[in-house]
Design a protein around this ligand. Structure first.
Ligand SMILES: C[S@@+](CC[C@H](N)C(=O)[O-])C[C@H]1O[C@@H](n2cnc3c(N)ncnc32)[C@H](O)[C@@H]1O
Length: 242
């Protein structure tokens, strides 16, 4: 159940050199989720909504198994039109095979859940939602994620409890209330003011699998208490003090 060496190296040496917003601890936990899935025989594509220049995407990509696609969705217009080229150049220079990447240049509001699922071309086992941070957009992106998700897949939602995006947190709560088959199994703590929590979600039947896998793989990051969320018990991942 170990993270592939290429992903470990990228996280240790290169992650913070790629321009982006995600925290390193979030990426570490994500790669450990992917390692648990690989060890448990969960196969599927790996996807991110809001890839920007690829910081988080590359960490996910380096954990993919042969034949698994890497689905990169973004408007690719912010902060300028060169961002898609920088994304692909970063992927290339960190060892991600261009042929494995499906670049989807789109505002997600223009995608339907069915269209997104079909474009993915097969179940997605890990999906990072980090696109538009408005209430309606987050609800919509979570619906896209649900439509494409492998039955044992994980949705990782970025920037929950971020002071700049209070409505995103409300959207996460409302979506979970409306989709009770999903459980919150992990909360990744922030590292600084700007790197807010990530929520790790999966279908309720598989939450215990992820809790057990991550308790085994991540004693270095586990906070001693667990979060209680309307009957769900979520592990808390927190970086040890420097
Ligand atoms: C915070 S950045 C993502 C950071 C990236 N995940 C990382 O780890 O470095 C948000 C990204 O979402 C994209 N985005 C914003 N609104 C979007 C939308 N409606 N559809 C698709 N992408 C969107 C932006 O272009 C931007 O690249």
């Amino acid at each position: 159940m170990t993270t592939p060496a290429a992903a470990e190296r990228y996280l240790a040496e290169q992650f913070l050199r790629v321009r982006g917003a995600s925290s390193k601890i979030g990426a570490i936990v994500a790669t450990r989720v992917l390692a648990a899935q690989s060890a448990g025989g969960v196969r599927g594509h790996v996807a991110e909504i809001g890839v920007y220049e690829g910081r988080f995407f590359i960490a996910l990509a380096l954990c993919a198994q042969p034949g698994e696609k890497l689905i990169a969705t973004d408007v690719f217009t912010w902060p300028d039109e060169g961002v898609a080229d920088r994304f692909l150049a970063n992927c290339r220079s960190h060892g991600v095979n261009r042929d494995d990447i499906l670049v989807q240049k789109a505002a997600t509001q223009s995608l339907t859940p069915d269209g997104y699922r079909k474009a993915a071309g097969g179940p997605v086992r890990f999906l990072h939602v980090d696109g538009a941070h408005k209430y309606d957009s987050v609800l919509h992106d979570l619906q896209l994620a649900k439509a494409a998700l492998h039955p044992q897949g994980v949705i990782c939602l970025d920037d929950v409890l971020h002071p700049l995006y209070p409505a995103l947190t409300i959207a996460a709560g409302d979506w979970l209330k409306a989709n009770p088959e999903f459980a919150l199994f992990g909360v990744v703590d922030r590292e600084s003011f700007a790197s807010a929590c990530k929520f790790m979600l999966c279908r309720r039947d598989h939450a215990q699998f992820y809790r057990e896998a991550l308790v085994a793989s991540s004693p270095d990051l586990l906070f001693k208490h667990r979060a209680q969320y309307f009957g769900d018990e979520a592990l808390i991942f927190s970086a040890p003090p420097a």
